[in-house]
Design a protein around this ligand. Structure first.
Ligand SMILES: [Mg+2]
Length: 311
């Protein structure tokens, strides 16, 4: 059993040499953090870079500083309700000008997976418009006729209803022809104020419950195919790239599977108790209260940065 002890410096030791800080007398103690830069950075978006329509503290100056140093930065998201171009537009609007080529999400990974693994097959996407549009643009046949559906694709779909569940049920259970796949395993999407929206896992669970079948493939994090897509065009070793995210089960688990170092931000889904409860091999390399703690402390001093900035 794993034990948690606060040492004389205020760190909580979590094994593997991992140390994180806890608030002490309303004051944050400094964190143990990377002492050098990596060759590239992969950032989750929801609850890591932004929450709702606001960048999280430190995100803007961190990304700006990495880019100033010429270090590649890529963003990735399990969220299929937006096309990569919409994420690029959102980051740009929030003050981080971003090219669409720097975004990887499950709209692209699901489209690529279907083309590679089920060419010519008929798909029923339980999805919002960006994924439906991407499938159509890729030439993938789409149908709502359960008698001809080969693949039911579940995703984060705020238009999910009984009609769509019936079609999936008929294609999988009655006609016994369709398989069930999913864009991502997330239970909910974090929103400001501690709220959230039910995500893809809820829709997968509904279909699994009535059909008795299991989802056979998930293409979002933690599947390492997201890393491959995010690093396309970059000649970098994943072992020298840092994956940064707020969720142990997706962001950090993908890094573990891809052989990447990782950092967990405490600005979203996973907290210190979750880290403590995780198996040692599944823990992040670092845990951060502020994402800009990824910039080594020595560079903070050079830049004159403080912990109180909301940039
Ligand atoms: Mg997230």
């Amino acid at each position: 059993m794993f034990s948690r002890n606060r040492n004389q410096h205020g760190y909580v030791l979590l094994g593997r040499g991992l140390a994180v800080s806890l608030p002490r007398d309303d004051e944050e103690v400094s964190v143990e953090r990377p002492t050098e830069f990596f060759d590239a950075y992969l950032f989750d978006l929801d609850a890591t870079i932004f929450l709702g329509d606001e960048l999280l503290p430190g995100a803007a100056r961190l990304v700006t500083e990495l880019r100033r140093r010429g270090i590649p930065v890529r963003f990735l998201s399990n969220n299929a309700t937006r096309a990569p171009s919409q994420y690029a537009d959102k980051l740009t609007r929030l003050g981080l000008p971003t090219d669409v080529a720097d975004i990887a999400n499950t709209v692209a990974t699901m489209t690529g997976w279907l083309l590679a693994n089920h060419p010519g097959e008929v798909v029923f996407p339980i999805a919002e418009q960006p994924l439906v549009d991407a499938l159509r643009e890729a030439g993938i046949a789409i149908s709502e006729d359960p008698g001809e559906i080969d693949v039911v694709v579940a995703s984060y779909d705020r238009g999910f209803d009984y009609r769509k569940l019936q079609i999936a049920f008929d294609a999988i259970w009655f006609h016994e022809r369709a398989i069930l796949v999913a864009t991502n395993p997330d239970r909910f999407c974090p929103f400001p104020g501690g709220r959230g929206e039910p995500d893809c896992a809820a829709i997968v669970a509904a279909i699994e419950a009535c059909t008795g079948t299991k989802c056979v493939q998930t293409v979002g994090k933690p599947d390492p195919s997201m890393v491959t897509q995010a690093l396309r065009g970059l000649d970098v070793d994943p072992a020298r790239c840092l994956m940064v995210g707020d969720r142990l089960s997706t962001d950090i688990q993908m890094a573990v599977r891809a052989g990447m170092p990782s950092a967990l931000t405490l600005t979203g889904d996973s907290d210190l108790d979750d880290v403590a409860a995780a198996a040692e091999a599944d823990r992040p390399t670092w845990v951060l209260r502020r994402i800009d703690h990824l910039v080594p402390a020595a560079v903070w001093a050079e830049l004159g940065w403080g912990d109180d900035s909301s940039d």
